[in-house]
Write a protein that binds this ligand. Sequence first.
Ligand SMILES: [Zn+2]
Length: 395
Amino acid sequence: MRQIDLKKASVARLDTIRTINRQIVLNYIRERAPISRAEISYETALQRSTVSLIVDELKTRGLVDELDGESTGGRPPLLLRLRTAGSMAIGVDLGTTNTVVATSDLAGRLLHQQSFATSANAKKTLQNIIDASRELIKKEKGIEGIGISVPGLVDHESGRVHFIPHFKWHDWTLAEEVRKATGLPVRVDNDANAASLAELWFGRPEIRETRDFIFVLVETGIGTGIVFDGQVYHGESGAAGEFGHMTIGTGAPVACAVGTRECWEAFASERAALARYSALAGRPTSGVSFAQLVDRALAGEQAAHEALLETAHYLGVGIANVLKGLSPSAVIVGGGIARAWPLISDRVKSAVEANSVCRGLPPARIVASTLGQNPRIMGALSLVLAGKFASPVTS
Ligand SMILES: [Zn+2]
């Protein structure tokens, strides 16, 4: 049960119920498309006239399309689905190596994508993001907002970046700068938080129905997004979910971003896997990327497979610790390692079980993300798109 926050309590406005009904109808269309007005009315127990009013409004706002269905004898029914014509959002995945800028429709389908090397100069990176966004806004009509995912600490409400460890960028008014330059609303969040939001709205159906889960984003470091009760938990000043730096042991194969060899990301990140591969292969492997390491493991190369299995073990040890503290019903692993899931899932799960003995609870589901190779770009887009379904539709 949720406690009522008296400081935030306000008198319910007359349009509150209308707004909630509008969200219910939009979400039905999202989940069940193609669906008719009559079916929505039947399933939601909203009156036909109410559903029709809402659908007309959603059509006027350009959020849904209505198309002819198949006739079963009489007049063919009109079926509703989310608008698929044209772009709705720009997503910017600011990564430590590359920055990806993409557009998608309301349903989260990627339409255009481009990327450039991320400059270590924050001003230059900002300018590149602005230039790419302006170009897309000019070319494609109907873009309503920009979402940016960053590998660092963010105040997601103001869109102010506190710190990006990889570049040592401090106190960056990213959302404000991009908003001023483009005239569009801009939302910024940490990459793992954004990816967990994407999993909540655009992931596999059984995860969308899970209201409590942890998203583990494995990359050069490890980030985690916490979803409680169907919402991303940010904590005070957006710093929740820094499990990447919890202590796992000593003598990790690499140092973490902050410099110790004791934390989770030093044991279970892509860099840790590459360091293990280099030691196991018995030959120089310095030019090998993590994606190539996964390719080699999938192709049956022993050293590559073993490097991933050892890394999977430590991934499981960390997941066991997260489970002890938060007891979510699922853990989702995303990033490049998700592609190797068939090779490593047993090892991850056995490490979780071996490290959960004193917990005495049934294990949580541990699954690979279905957001594809870049959960961060889906996360960035979700910062705009989820707002269409989760908060009042007032663009
Ligand atoms: Zn650390």
